[in-house]
Ligand binder design. Structure first.
Ligand code: ARG
Ligand code: ZN
Length: 504
């Protein structure tokens, strides 16, 4: 293709001999990976296998400094490539040699290696950097939460650009070693297993390892003063939870919820299959935000989620994402239903198990309390658009879709699908079409019509026959009784109603 750029007249025999035939095909990697909602997310031309981040953070001045070593393979003949990153860079090396680099816009780092990279070649990229993550605002949005005693990186769909250079898209997963040095008495929390903690001259270094493929938005860093609890699961996996020492009145409720992580994971293992990662836990920093996030192995929770008392339901939601979202990840952000529809549905299953309302009762409640003219029904969970990516409809109508599937195929096939899906696509990526196809193959039923209605119609679907008769029986005119678990389930999202300004 790129040979066309050379005028035929200059293609003399001697020139062709002088330049290796492949040289003319080296071209820049794309500045985006091709996401339909976020064209700048991720990059083309290479595939990352591992990130090694060696960092130092000074809470008093919010200064993050360090070196990222990125191991990748070129997937095309590359003349240059992009990384997604926001902080200031002082040096880039590619395969040991100093490379040219420039910053384009607020989140693209364009790297031109001293010599081009052939397709299939192993590439190491070293980036030295420093900056104040809190000063970085991209599109009026920040993934960095400054706290009185430190800072936290946790946001979706992007958080990596605030703290390390990456191919920032779920399609390019990698393993992580995150090593962070912080002042003694302060902790640094990240994903996976704490390999080592060592102190020297007033600084403590924490080495974390996440050894299974991890999407960049699921990598997290939290620096602050935490109380830490540790344990082991029956299978011997380390459990580590961290609670800001400043949680005040919320401390008890937060602990009473998150200390049930092992129990919740055991329940979800029955439903979704083996737990996919090398560690478990959760952390609650002293942030003002209200959302939680399924950061891999160690979800991020906001204190506000425990403002009205303990809430195991939000723990169920974030742990369900370890299978639906983290192990099996979206191919593009428009596939968000596979994450949020199932994470919400797992809260309905937990409610059913706890005797606080069956999934069907919760589905009926959503269906009946949302009138046909509610804007809720205009959001298509199968393609909500970037502005509605985390709209309540993606969660609640998303879970209604899952209930409609359950009613159509029956419990036996339904639970086979829930478990088989996580095995078939473990540690990989899948899209909504893959799910529809998989559900059809397990159940042997055509399901395209059902999914079209529930995922893609911008209006309220008619009540399925089964629901009609239930509603008739339970008095269609009356306001439906609110299932006992409703308020706790809804507390996972209060956030979305209050925080619109922060949404992407
Ligand atoms: N995946 C997260 C959850 O449902 C959602 C985070 C959304 N963030 C936001 N600012 N709306 O648990
Ligand atoms: Zn979620």
């Amino acid at each position: 293709m790129h040979r066309r750029l050379i005028a035929p007249s200059v293609l003399t025999a001697s020139l062709v001999l002088a330049i290796p035939a492949s040289a003319a095909t080296f071209s820049p990697g794309a500045p985006g990976i091709g996401d339909a909602y976020y064209p700048a997310s991720g990059n083309g031309g290479y595939d990352v296998s591992h990130y090694d981040l060696r960092l130092k953070y000074q809470p008093k001045i919010d200064l993050l400094e360090g070196t990222a070593t990125i191991l990748a393979t070129a997937t095309q003949d590359l003349s240059r490539f992009n990384l997604d990153f926001g902080l200031g860079v002082s040096e880039v090396r590619v395969n040991g040699a100093k490379a040219k680099f420039i910053k384009e816009g607020d989140q693209e780092l364009v790297v031109t290696p001293a010599s081009p990279l052939a397709k299939g070649k192993a590439v190491s990229v070293v980036v030295r950097y420093a900056g104040k993550p809190s000063e970085l605002s991209i599109g009026g949005y920040t993934a960095w939460h400054r706290t009185p005693d430190g800072g936290v990186a946790a946001q979706e769909p992007d958080s990596a650009v605030w703290w390390f250079p990456s191919n920032d898209h779920p399609l390019d997963k990698a393993t992580y070693d995150v090593s962070v040095s912080v002042p003694d008495g302060t902790q640094a929390i990240s994903n996976g297993v704490l390999q080592l903690q060592s102190s020297k001259l007033g600084w403590t270094r924490y080495n974390w390892r996440s050894n299974k493929p991890q999407a960049s938005y699921l990598a997290t860093l939290a620096v602050g003063k935490f109380d830490i609890t540790t344990d082991k699961t029956a299978d011997g996996l380390p459990v580590l939870n961290a609670y800001s020492q400043d949680l005040g009145d919320q401390a008890g409720a937060a602990r009473a919820s998150i200390e049930r992580t092992t129990e919740v994971a055991e329940y979800l293992t029955e439903v979704f299959g083996p737990y996919p990662f090398n560690a478990l836990g959760g952390y609650v920093p002293n942030v003002k935000s209200g959302y939680a996030l399924e950061t891999q192995t160690r979800p991020f929770y906001s204190p506000r989620q425990f403002a009205n008392g303990s809430n195991v339901s939000v723990v169920v939601h974030e742990l369900a994402h370890q299978w639906y979202g983290d192990s099996v990840s979206v191919k593009g952000w428009k596939d968000i239903w596979i994450n949020e529809g199932f994470a919400r549905y797992s809260q309905w299953l937990w409610s059913e198990k706890e005797g606080e309302g069956t999934a069907q009762e919760l589905a009926d409640y959503v269906y009946r309390t949302r009138a046909a003219d509610d804007a809720f029904w205009t959001v298509k969970p199968g393609d909500p658009g970037p502005d509605k990516q985390f709209d309540i409809a993606v969660y609640d109508r998303g879970a209604l879709t899952v209930q409609a599937l359950r009613n159509e195929v029956g419990d036996e096939d339904f639970f086979k699908i829930l478990k088989g899906w996580t095995a078939k696509f473990a540690y990989g990526n899948a899209d909504v079409g893959d799910f529809v196809q998989y559900a059809e193959s397990v159940s042997g039923k055509p399901l395209a019509g059902l999914f079209d209605t529930w995922l893609y119609e911008p209006s309220k679907p008619g009540a399925p026959a089964a629901a009609e008769s239930r509603i008739a029986r339970s008095d269609a005119g009356a306001k439906p009784a609110q299932p006992k678990s409703w308020k706790k389930i809804a507390a996972t999202n209060t956030i979305h109603e209050h925080e619109h300004g922060h949404d992407h």
